[in-house]
Design a protein around this ligand. Structure first.
Ligand SMILES: Nc1ncnc2c1ncn2[C@@H]1O[C@H](COP(=O)(O)OP(=O)(O)O)[C@@H](O)[C@H]1O
Ligand SMILES: CC(=O)N[C@@H](CCC(=O)OP(=O)(O)O)C(=O)O
Length: 265
């Protein structure tokens, strides 16, 4: 059956990471811009920087491999407390103060995001989850009831185990699942004005990036570190039906003239 996009309602999914969450002025202005968005919205937040700081202060040695945190039992306690506790509840309270009816979730709540514990041939990631299934019906009924769901980076395996799950991937998987019933725009907000030709030059924003340009810039190491898994997620989401994806500073949410990068296939 041919899908009729004209009849689909719009949903905007926004992801913020540690660089915004850890900067009080940036977070305050982001939350005001987010709360002022029209239509159905979902927020996904990370918080990797705060978790790293707390873990180090407790004598743990945080370790990331290919953008994923090695999460043993003590580290799982830290990330559940930081992501599903402190950061999630604070963001929800502050969105309420901005007049938005936000509700905070981990993937275990309402079985919203079910994951498999990561099974890697050579690396033991510990309690890290790869998303298997999104409870699209419950999410849609929350949105239809005027709720803005706020997701942290914790999911579950359905057997009682909480799992640490990369927040960019959660945003991408929610977007893929919801694109079956909504016209989804996925926006990754971070501290820079877009994906840059030169990561040190904020005036070098790439207007649109497609897989060939990405491969070239990655090979030249002009695109590196956290931007690599972010763009891999973006291309995956577009190929699975997400209608629009943008990366940039949150000022683009309210300022029509702000720069950002559009992801294309
Ligand atoms: N070409 C590039 N343009 C913009 N940022 C880049 C680029 N290459 C690497 N980066 C890095 O990617 C980071 C964003 O990814 P990540 O650390 O996962 O962010 P967050 O978790 O805040 O969303 C930026 O802070 C920047 O240092
Ligand atoms: C498995 C895994 O790596 N989980 C991430 C979840 C948080 C996250 O993604 O935070 P940012 O968006 O701020 O980077 C982590 O613990 O760092």
């Amino acid at each position: 059956m041919v899908e009729n996009n004209i009849d689909k309602e719009f949903v905007t999914i926004i992801k913020i990471g540690g660089n915004i969450i850890d900067n009080p002025a940036e977070l305050a202005s982001f939350l005001a811009d987010f709360a002022a968005l029209e239509g159905k919205t979902i927020l996904v937040h990370g918080g990797g920087k705060s978790a790293t700081k707390l873990a180090q202060s407790m004598g743990l040695a945080p370790q990331m491999i290919e953008g994923r945190r090695i999460t043993d039992a003590p580290m799982l306690e830290v990330v559940v407390g930081v992501y599903a506790g402190q950061i999630n509840k604070e963001i929800v309270a502050r969105l309420q103060a901005n007049g938005l009816n936000a509700m905070g979730f981990s993937g275990a709540d309402g079985n919203l995001i079910l994951s498999d514990k990561r099974n890697h041939a050579t690396i033991d990631y510990g309690f890290v989850g790869d998303v298997k299934k999104v409870n699209t019906n419950l999410l849609a009924s929350l949105l239809d009831n005027g709720i803005t769901p706020v997701f942290c980076a914790i999911t579950h395996d359905g057997k009682g185990q909480l799992l640490n799950t990369n927040a960019d991937t959660i945003a991408s998987e929610l977007a893929i699942a919801l694109s079956a019933i909504y016209d989804v725009t996925l926006i990754y907000c971070f501290e820079k004005p877009g994906v840059l030709f030169d990561a040190e030059d904020d005036n070098s924003v790439i207007e649109a990036i497609h897989p060939d340009l990405y491969s070239k810039l990655k090979a030249e190491q002009a695109i590196h570190s956290g931007m690599i898994p972010k763009l891999d997620n973006c291309f995956n989401s577009l190929s699975k039906g997400v209608q629009q994806i943008r990366i940039g500073h949150h000022r683009m949410l309210q300022n029509k003239r702000a720069t950002y990068t559009t992801i294309t296939l």
